[in-house]
Design a protein around this ligand. Structure first.
Ligand SMILES: [Zn+2]
Length: 165
């Protein structure tokens, strides 16, 4: 599969360039809209529109920071095995970490694959704790759990698809 790196480079973390695909803007807008116009007004009927939109944007950002954290977890384990990580791209279905060569042992591949979901469970627990203390918007953990479902599964299929010699 050809490596296609599109989008805007937004950062460099652990030496890995982080890209935002144009499709990311769509999903970011859609999630923010759903939160600000539907979810939050149902949960907090007395808030102002400014509150709905600012909390909506922050929650979407938090969600994508979680996706990025998940991909970084895969990448850190890959780097640990001296497998180069070319880039991380956030796009409409979540994130993809593109790595430079196939892990030489099945256990390495397994550890790279499992690191992402573990990171997400860790974050979900952290958000739960935060919610309990009232630090985070209450539905922030739903985003992480959803990431543990469809978004993450897709990311893994793609991660495997991008494993190259
Ligand atoms: Zn993953």
């Amino acid at each position: 599969m050809p490596i296609r790196t599109t989008g805007f480079r937004i950062a460099r973390i652990l030496g890995i360039p982080i890209y935002l695909d144009a499709s990311w803007l769509l999903i970011f807008g859609w999630i923010t809209y759903q939160l600000s116009k539907i979810v939050l007004p149902q949960m907090h009927s007395k808030w102002t529109p400014t509150q709905y939109w600012s909390v909506g944007v922050l929650t979407s950002l938090l969600f994508f920071a979680s996706v990025l954290f998940h991909e970084l977890a895969h990448s850190m384990v890959a780097l640990y095995y001296k497998i180069p990580v070319h880039s991380i791209t956030l796009f409409i279905f979540g994130g993809i970490a593109r790595i430079g060569k196939e892990p030489s042992k099945p256990i390495q591949e397994f550890n790279i694959a499992i690191a992402g979901p573990l990171a997400s469970f860790f974050l979900a627990g952290l958000y739960r704790l935060g919610n309990h203390q009232g630090f985070f918007p209450r539905h922030a953990d739903c985003g992480v759990e959803r990431q543990g479902g469809c978004l993450c599964a897709d990311g893994h299929r793609r991660l495997r698809g991008f494993l190259q010699k």
